[in-house]
Write a protein that binds this ligand. Sequence first.
Ligand SMILES: Cc1cc2nc3c(=O)[nH]c(=O)nc-3n(C[C@H](O)[C@H](O)[C@H](O)COP(=O)(O)O)c2cc1C
Length: 377
Amino acid sequence: MTELPLLFTPLQLRDLELKNRIVVSPMATYSAREGFATDWHTAHIGKLAAGGAGLVFVEQSSVSIQGRITHGCLGIWSDDQIEGHAGLAALIHQFNAKAAIQIAHSGRKGSSQRPWEGGGPLGKADIDARGEGPWEIAASSSIPFDNGWPAPHMLTAAEIDVVVDDFRHAFRRARAARYDIVELHCAHGYLMHSFLSPLANNRNDEYGGSRENRMRLPLRVAAIMREEWPDHLPVFVRISSVDGVDIGWSIEDSIAFATELRAVGVDVVDCSSGGMKLPRGNSLVSRTPGFQVPFAERIQREAGIPTVAVGLIREAEYAEGILKDGKATLIALGRELLWNPNWPAQTALALGCDAEWSHWPEQYGWWLKRRVAQQGR
Ligand SMILES: Cc1cc2nc3c(=O)[nH]c(=O)nc-3n(C[C@H](O)[C@H](O)[C@H](O)COP(=O)(O)O)c2cc1C
């Protein structure tokens, strides 16, 4: 018998078994109504779950109204929102995939327009156009995200405690909705990242200054996530592995952070990068295929924690090679799955490990198998 490709070898995380190692990366679609999931989410998540990935992430969901990025962000700040999430988790389970949710607070990048509305801070034109006004944003410090963006309110220690409590309740709601995996969003310039990065954090209390202090809040929230999530199920943290090539939060910082995350019981580190506006003259990591894989590789090896590789991974053989070379434990795809939600099922065929078309819903596979037999692909 030929060896099963690693991409399609089940993975055990605590008591949870993923049927394969392909992950639908969290992707905000800014299409919620007052934070509630809509038919859009059902169509979108259903299509992705039907495509054959082992783990499907529901987009970043906000712990509070203030913690939204846009008016369209999905929420998990109210018990009333559990039902919508429960529907999405159940939908994912129908396709024999595991369901994950990313929990987030936008920090100083909140009160924004949707990307296709400009992606800038909300202003009068947005009230006139859509009735969507700005709200007060809060972060680790009062440094604005960029020129032309409002200065966030710098959270006091007491307000930080409230945010921590918001996260705790969001984790509880996520479990009440029957998600299998929860991920804390510490990447992309949002609230947790604004504490980690020296480019955004100029506090001089116990949450600022040294790396140890800057990691304090994200580690505190990660520990609460672990406390709230059942022992038999895994928890993930997504990080920006670096801010830029030559400035800010570095890969060494990420290795130190991942080591601490492992110590509080985090199971997997999801290795993204960027999201901080860099001062002029500093360079962002260039966007080439697999550009973040070296981060996943170093963190997995040096912090001794399984990682997710993500970022411009599109080719089956390349994805398989990342796993074979021990550079990551899971492969997440984002835009490639928007382009082709059936990528996982098609990849199983391409790698020659699905003679039965078992990665397809039988409503599709039965027909397609016959068409391919008659006509070829
Ligand atoms: C439409 C869209 C929405 C996204 N929303 C999120 C999000 O909610 N949380 C997050 O951590 N990353 C988000 N990302 C980043 C993706 O999860 C992924 O890391 C990134 O797109 C790189 O992978 P790719 O090259 O396969 O698309 C988003 C990306 C896209 C394209």
